[in-house]
Write a protein that binds this ligand. Structure first.
Ligand code: GAR
Length: 196
């Protein structure tokens, strides 16, 4: 049976995108990463995709009269590439009904907090400002809410006293870069098993 074809959605730096692409190359993630989708054509993730030889679908939402039309343009590209799963990695935009209906239970996201704590933007800043001693990473299915879908896996991280934001951020990213490919590998294996 052929590998699951998936697309990564990213809006910025794309370090998770690259970690996922690397895991596919190394054989730690059995799947086929066929497309990077971005809402920010100038995002550094696009440079990473070009360097890795991965196709890019860069669509600026401002070029469309509605979210539905923006997502329909993306959906056409996803269908063209026969994409089966959507993997959000720093995609800073809510997924709308067009993509949710096209990919039921086939859209996942990584978030740098122990959800339901600190959804939305700058989760780490929110955790630090609240004086949290423990934070972590959540991988979850995507629904129409902001970081609200069912949790798949979480990994906590105890913040050592006196650590600066940059040090904590480095550890959080390290967890994401290992945990996301591992989790995707498991989800794709289960999805393939279900179709047998
Ligand atoms: C990651 O830490 C990811 O968890 C977070 O954005 C960062 C993207 O980094 N996502 C969210 O906050 C989603 N609500 P990257 O572009 O280097 O992968």
């Amino acid at each position: 049976m052929s590998d699951i074809k998936f697309a990564v959605f990213a809006s910025g730096n794309g370090s998770n995108f690259e970690a996922i692409a690397q895991a596919v190359r190394d054989g730690r993630l059995k799947g086929s990463l066929v497309l990077l989708v971005t809402d920010k054509p100038g995002a550094f993730a696009v440079n990473r995709a070009k360097a890795l030889g991965i196709d890019v679908c860069a669509v600026n939402p401002k070029d469309f009269p509605s979210k539905a039309e923006y997502e329909t343009a993306i959906l056409e590209m996803l269908h063209e590439k026969e994409v089966e799963w959507l993997v959000l990695a720093g995609y800073m935009r809510l997924i709308g009904p067009v993509l949710l209906h096209a990919y039921p239970k086939r859209i996942v996201n990584v978030h740098p907090s122990l959800l339901p704590a600190f959804p939305g933007k700058d989760a780490l800043g929110q955790a630090i400002d609240s004086g949290m001693k423990v934070t972590g990473v959540t991988i979850h299915y995507v629904d129409k809410g902001m970081d609200t879908g069912p949790v798949i896996v979480q990994e906590p991280f105890k913040i050592p006293d006196g650590w600066e934001r940059e040090e904590i951020e480095k550890v959080i990213h390290g967890i994401e870069h290992r945990l996301y490919p591992e989790t995707l590998n498991q989800l794709f294996a289960e999805a393939l098993e279900e179709t047998k």
